[in-house]
Structure formats: C-alpha cells, structure tokens
Design a protein around this ligand. Structure first.
Ligand code: WTA
Length: 654
C-alpha cells in the first residue's frame, strides 16, 4: 500500500513545544514514565486510584480487578454508580449555565444547550422511556441523525439502566433488523428523517421496512423525533412522537443506581466472520477510559471547546461525544452536517465561529479536504486551535504534514489515536505534553496499557519485526463479551493459539528503535473504508443474496481518499456479462449492496468472471484477488490453481 510505504520511510520527529508542555496535564517524559512505572509496580493500585479520583460513586468499590473468571474480567465490581449522574448531575452545582453542547446544524445555524438544559432534557426523556415500561437491562435501538437529541437518548437510557445500541443512520433496513433481532430490543428511537449535506434520509421509512412482516416481534414501541416537519406514516399502536412522549414528563428523574459491571451499551461492529458482533461494554471501566484519555491524550482543560467530528453511530462518537466530554463538564460541538457542505471550508468555518480548541477527525476527511482546496484553511482564523487528533486508520505522512502545518500552524500537536470499538477508549496515542510525535505513528501506549507485538505463538517479536498487536493485561474499558456469544468473545479476542490470555486486537504492527508503534493494517478480513470497519464476508453475503449472483469474493484496494475501497469479484448464475450488460448489472449490484447494508459498503469496482481463482481443493485464493484488485501483475506461483484462465477475466474492471 502506498500509504504504508511512505509511513515506513518516515523519520521526522516533533518534540512538544515548551509552551504546550508548560501547561500540559502530563508534562514531560519523566511524568509519563512515572505513570507507566506506577502501573508496572502496582497495577491494581494504579487503576483503583484513578477510578476513585475521576468517578463519582454511589457506593465505593472495594475490589479493583477480578480475574477469577478470565478472560471475563471484572473491574470495580462491587461499586455502584450512574454514568448519566457523572455526566450531568455532578456538574450542576458549578456548571449549570455552562454550554454543554453547541449544536452546529446542517444549514450552518447553531444552538447552545447548557448543562442545566441538557440535564432536564435527559430527565424528561428518561421519564418518557419509563412511562413506556422501559427499565434496567432492556435494549433500546437508537437510529438517529447527528442531533443533540441522539445524545439525550443515549444518556436517558443510561440514566434508567437500559442498554442502548446505536445504529449508524447510514445503515440499511436489513442492518437495523439484524441488530434489533440480535439484541432482542424492545424500543427503537428514530427520527422522521435526517438532514445532512442538504439532503434528507428517510429514517422512519427505513425502520418501518426493518419491522415489516412481523420480523422483529421484540419491538414494542417506535419513538419518532421530529427533525423536520416532514410527515411520515404512523402505526397508531406502535409509533409515538418524541414530543408527545415528553409532553407531561417531569424534568427530574432519579438515576437508577447501577453496578459497575452492568452493561452500558452494545455496539455492533464487523469481524472476519458472519454477521456484525455486538461489542458489549460495562459502565464504570468504560467511563474511566473515556475520562482518562480526554485528560491525558486530549489534555482536556475546563475552557476547551472540543470538537469530535464522528457520528454517535460509531465508537468514537460514543466515547468522545456522548460520554467523555460530558463526564468532564466540557463544552463540545455536535455537528449534524458533512465536511464538504456547503463547501470544503465547513470544518474551518466551525472552528473559527466557535473558537474550537481541540479538533478530532479522521484521515479520510483530511485527505478529501486537501483534494478540495489545500489552501482553504488559510481563509479562516484557526488561532483558537491548540490540539489536533486523528482516528480510525493510519494517517499517511503527507496528510499528517498538511494537518500539522496548514490547520495547526505548526504549533498544535497531533494525537494519532489507535484504538477500537472493543477497547472503548484510546490505547496507543501520544500524551502531547510529553511524547514527541512522528507523522504516521500512534507512538506509545497510554500508561497502564501493556502493549506488545507477538508472533503466531504469542511470543514477543524482536524490535522492528512486524507481528500481531496484543494487549497483555486486561484494562478497565475493554469489552466484556460479545453480546450473547461468550464463545465468540473468547475465540476472537483471547485465542488459545496465543496462550489464551493476550487480547488480540486484529491489527498488525511493528515498533521502531524508540519503541513507537506503527500500525500496518488488519490481519483479518476486515476492510477499513473511510475509517469505517466492514467485513468482507458481510458484503459477500449481501451480494450472494442477489438472485443473479452465484458466488462473490470481496477484497480491499488502496484508495487515496478512502484509504481502502471495496472490490467485488462476482460470478453470476448465468453467463459472464460483457459490455453494456456488465455495466448495467454492476450498477444494479452496487445499489443492491447499498440497500442491503448501507452506502458505505458499496463496491467501487465490480469484476465478473466465469469462476473465482480456486485451488484444486476449492479454496479461494484471496491473495491473488488482492493483487488483481490493485492492478498489479501476478508474480506468485499459480500452478496450484484449478482454473488459471479466470485471472485474465478478473483483471478487468467493468
Ligand atoms: C483501525 C475506531 C491506525 C485499526 C476507533 C483498528 C487505526 C480499527 C487507528 C478499529 C489509528 C483505528 N491508526 N489504525 N490511529 N485507529 N484504526 O472499531 O485497524 O471502528 O483495529 O474503532 O481501525 O476500528 P473501530
């Protein structure tokens, strides 16, 4: 991959500036090393002290880590708390009138919501949910636009002990249905429609489609938020408007006191096999990870204006919008739109308008903005910025340098944060007042995170050799299990081959002479398209579900903006199509995948053959498909192939 190659040649180093270091929450390498040393010496004491310091407990815990049923670890297991209390109530004494959320609407107007107002909105909605019989442990699907009310819905669930599962608003009816069924959810919270980039998407219609034919018998009610005045079909027995639900509800709601290990949410993500898995997080450990990383990695200060551009449909939006900033009593932006509407200056205009100090986005957004106008940031006053962040995929040094120089005036550190849905919060990232940064490396693990790089047997590899990225000790914000599938949790994340006690992240990586970690990419069949995780199997199953398709194999190919693009090799039931026919069918299949999963999964490139390249035992040679997808010549030995003649056919894009 071109990006990886340029990463490998990178050797620039940027030390923290004295100015930044002098006010940093963790200042200087000695302070970083001291934290790491404390974690090494007394692992439980380290985490226990932090959990006591940062979290407001209803009932304090007495045990930090329970490893008796490894790898089903428990943290702070006899403590009680409520995360919504930690995000709202505890700020009311001194921050009631502080802005919690600046709602930056798609059309460019904005609205401020104070902590007092947010608290009242969450309480009212929580009371509304209770009036529908929702309580502790019930699952609630949230399929909403990026509006503050999505955060309200999440916080309200947490307040009453219901488990939320947010489904990204760009996913299809089929994806909604799969998640409702897997979680046996009782309620769906949605909107009549979403508005992004000047276009609307019919969320309620999609929910109706997901629920049709009695496919989701667990659903009792659908709550519909009116984002616009667009009318939608209503099932009088099942559907209820958000505003009607809260109309007579009190604006106070006693939080449900929860156990530290109770489940906070389930978020579905792609793996290498089967359907997306429900990554299950518990309350206290997750909250601690969110708070700590904001303090250490984002160097959070009370006057910051924090802007994470993610959607709450992804883990980044959970941790760095719905929970982390609120737990600190921060002011943050909730952005409804897209970076390119009405033009590619949208982010920079937002930074100028709201005097944003901390800006967190994805490499794919940076690359697309460079393409649309590398000089655009210079037209805005970005002097409020003091820290930049990157997440979701490796950032190539070219994009990094542009972000650093043009957006950050060569003054703002960039925190390249490596983590996953499963880890709940940042794992490897610079503490910006301490760790020198190198373009393309996520640098060093956070204190307390015991990272290693190992071979197939679980043994550490020599410095500079690549291998599997693992975490050697359990940490508080780690997923607890895969919803309803403990076996899958064990075999995916704590595989016996590696000894059964290493957390296998699913990425390959290597370390340089300073111990800095460089992420190489996934080791499984997971693609990273514009920072979104997609399983090749999911896309293959969607394709094969089309009546025309006999067989399909999906791989990734490098793409300058998206990082990776989806390439599908398709065998039809009838003859291999050619010319106009091939074009028409390819288009039909692209739309089919968009409809089955969501637009993000739509293949960029479809190729038809009489068959897939298979060994004589029938195994698909994916390695060859990856080479073909990249448009490279095949140099590997193809003599074990049953059908080498298909390679010529599969070289050609439609
Ligand atoms: C990739 C997103 C390189 C990685 C928070 C990981 C990264 C997957 C980085 C998780 C980074 C995330 N550098 N690669 N800074 N951050 N990744 O679950 O492959 O959507 O395993 O969580 O994204 O994606 P997920």
């Amino acid at each position: 991959m071109a990006a990886i190659e340029s990463v490998l040649k990178e050797n620039r180093v940027f030390e923290p500036s004295e100015a930044f270091q002098s006010t940093a929450n963790v200042s200087g390498m000695a302070a970083y090393n001291a934290l790491c040393e404390k974690a090494n010496q007394d692992y439980e004491g380290f985490w226990g002290d932090l959990a006591q310091e940062m979290i407001t407990w209803k009932k304090p815990f007495t045990q930090v880590l329970d490893e008796s049923n490894a790898p089903f670890y428990k943290w702070f297991a006899d403590g009680d708390l409520n995360i919504s209390y930690n995000c709202l109530d505890r700020h009311l004494a001194d921050k009631a009138n502080k802005t919690a959320i600046i709602y930056e609407k798609d059309d460019g107007s904005s609205e401020n919501i104070t902590y007092q107002q947010l608290y009242e909105r969450v309480c009212q909605f929580a009371n509304g949910l209770k009036s529908l019989g929702v309580g502790k442990g019930d699952r609630v699907i949230i399929y909403m636009p990026m509006v503050p009310d999505a955060v309200v819905a999440m916080q309200a669930c947490a307040r009453i002990g219901a488990i939320h599962s947010v489904v990204f608003g760009g996913f299809s009816a089929g994806a909604v249905k799969d998640r409702v069924q897997d979680a046996a959810a009782k309620i769906i919270i949605t909107a009549n429609e979403s508005v992004r980039g000047g276009k609307s998407a019919p969320l309620k219609v999609t929910v109706d489609e997901a629920l049709k034919d009695g496919d989701c018998p667990s659903i009792e009610k659908v709550i519909v938020f009116a984002r616009t005045d667009k009318e939608v079909a209503f099932d009088a027995a099942r559907d209820i408007w958000w505003h009607d639900l809260i109309a007579n509800q009190a604006s106070e709601c006693e939080p449900e006191w929860m156990n530290a290990e109770d489940t906070l949410f389930v978020l579905y993500t792609s793996g290498s096999t089967g359907k997306p898995k429900g990554v299950q997080h518990s309350i206290a450990g997750y909250l601690l990870g969110a708070m700590l990383s904001l303090k250490w990695v984002f160097d959070h200060k009370p006057d910051d204006v924090f802007w994470c551009t993610a959607d709450v449909g992804w883990i980044t939006g959970h941790t760095y919008i719905a929970y982390g900033p609120l737990a600190w009593g921060a002011t943050q932006i909730v952005f409804e739109g897209v970076p390119t509407y009405p033009n590619a200056g949208r982010f920079w205009e937002g930074v100028e308008k709201h005097k944003v100090t901390t800006f967190y986005t994805a490499p794919t957004a940076i690359r697309s903005l460079i393409k649309l106008g590398a000089d655009l940031p210079n037209q805005y006053d970005l002097s409020s910025l003091r820290l930049l962040g990157s997440v979701g995929e490796p950032i190539n040094p070219e994009a990094w340098m542009w972000y650093y120089e043009t957006v950050g005036r060569s003054e703002c550190p960039i925190v390249d944060t490596w983590w996953q849905t499963e880890t709940g919060s940042n794992m490897i990232a610079p503490l910006p007042g301490a760790v020198a940064i190198k373009p393309g490396s996520c640098t060093l693990p956070l204190p307390g995170i015991m990272v290693d790089i190992v071979d197939e047997s679980g043994a550490s590899v020599d410095q500079s050799n690549g291998g599997f990225l693992v975490i050697k000790r359990p940490f508080p914000s780690l997923l607890r299990t895969v919803w309803g599938d403990d076996e899958r949790f064990k075999s995916t994340y704590f595989p016996e081959e590696l000894g059964g006690n290493l957390y296998l992240a699913g990425d390959s990586a290597h370390r340089d002479e300073n111990g800095y970690v460089w992420i190489m990419g996934r080791i499984d069949d997971v693609l990273n398209v514009s920072g979104h995780r997609l399983g090749t199997m999911e896309i293959e199953s969607a394709l094969v579900a089309n009546p025309l398709v006999a067989e399909a194999a999906v791989v990734g190919k490098p793409h300058d903006v998206k990082g990776e693009a989806v390439v599908a090799f398709v065998i039809l039931k009838g003859d291999r199509p050619e010319g106009e026919d091939a074009k028409r069918i390819a288009q039909e299949l692209k739309s089919w995948v968009a409809h089955e999963i969501g637009k993000i999964a739509q293949p960029d490139d479809i190729r038809f053959g009489d068959n897939l390249p298979k060994t004589r035992s029938g195994k698909i040679m994916r390695r060859l498909l990856r080479t073909l997808a990249k448009g490279e010549e095949i140099t590997a030995d193809t003599s074990t192939l049953e059908n080498p003649q298909v390679l010529e056919q599969l070289k050609q894009s439609v």
